[in-house]
Design a binder for this molecule. Structure first.
Ligand code: DCS
Length: 282
């Protein structure tokens, strides 16, 4: 299949990353994962907007207009005939002799994007997944979707080693987010999730869920909550581009609620599906 390399569609085997690419040496770059349903890019504008915000936050100037990038991503999906899956997209600060400080003058950022088939996690969304509580050891700019994912992958690895789907991270007793997802709990009919500040990534799926709650008049509180609140919640779920709305029915081996996906979670999954169908028609 084709990939986007610096704005052009090229054969995957013709793309090579330089050994002094700053993304490779420092994780000096940003990324996005965009879902494709029925060949359509779901919430593409929101993802592209966040990409430019991440770039701005690290002082990286993306050498493409948003519209150009959007067109190229649609071309890539078309060319690879992707129906259901994801686009992985990253931009690094570019290639330059290794030094911590940014190259002066600036070098050309390196853009790579490629598609990958990925079915929806329907069975697991129906059954519910397991979570493991893991201390959040990451830095304090988790709002930037950067390639600096060591803290995230170590948390995910801990969860995997305990047979769990996601690591639910917490910082001084406060639940922040998953290793690659946002965390929601429901208690007495109110949906609660961590406010979009520097300690979490403001997930696009999270934003779609909050928009759905607003339109369906589901009470929401964007408030920090504790690990204790979480283990005593009626329902818990995580959200991300790849996991959609994924119920968490067990935490550290203990049931959440009745140990099965809750009614509110199932209702939100239904509404989310309607959003997908609205935006990505067959
Ligand atoms: C740390 C973190 N928090 C929250 C999210 C959820 O954000 P979205 O709703 O915008 O996806 C992600 C998604 N990470 C991407 C999505 O799937 N795989 C990833 O690495 C993430 O990496």
């Amino acid at each position: 299949g084709k990939v986007i390399y610096n704005g052009e569609l090229v054969e995957r085997e013709n793309v090579k990353v330089d050994i002094e690419d700053r993304g490779y040496q420092f994780g000096d770059g940003i990324y996005e994962v965009i879902r494709v349903y029925n060949g359509g890019l779901f919430t593409k504008n929101e993802h592209i907007q966040r990409l430019y915000e991440s770039a701005e936050k690290i002082g990286l100037k993306i050498p493409f207009e948003k519209e150009f990038l959007c067109k190229k991503l649609e071309e890539l999906v078309e060319e690879n005939q992707l129906q259901t899956g994801i686009i992985y997209l990253q931009i690094t600060r570019g290639v330059s002799p290794r030094q911590h400080g940014f190259p002066t003058p600036a070098v050309e950022p390196v853009l790579v994007a490629y598609t990958k088939s990925m079915e929806r996690p329907e069975a697991l969304m129906k059954e519910g997944a397991k979570g493991l509580l893991v201390e959040d050891i990451r830095w304090l700019r988790c709002d930037i979707k950067s390639l600096n994912l060591l803290g995230n992958i170590m948390a995910k690895q801990k969860a995997a080693e305990s047979g769990c789907f996601e690591a639910i991270q917490h910082r001084e007793g406060i639940v922040t987010e998953g290793s690659s997802s946002n965390v929601f709990m429901i208690k007495n009919g109110i949906l609660i999730t961590h406010p979009a500040v520097n300690l979490i990534l403001n997930g696009i799926t999270r934003q779609v869920i909050l928009k759905i709650c607003k339109s369906k008049q589901i009470p929401v509180k964007e408030e920090a909550f504790t690990v204790d609140d979480l283990v005593n919640a009626d329902e818990v779920f995580i959200s991300s581009t790849t996991s959609e709305i994924m119920p968490i029915v067990q935490l550290d081996g203990n049931k959440i609620g009745h140990g099965i996906p809750g009614e509110w979670t199932k209702q939100l999954q239904q509404y989310f599906m309607e959003e997908i169908q609205k935006e990505c028609k067959n």
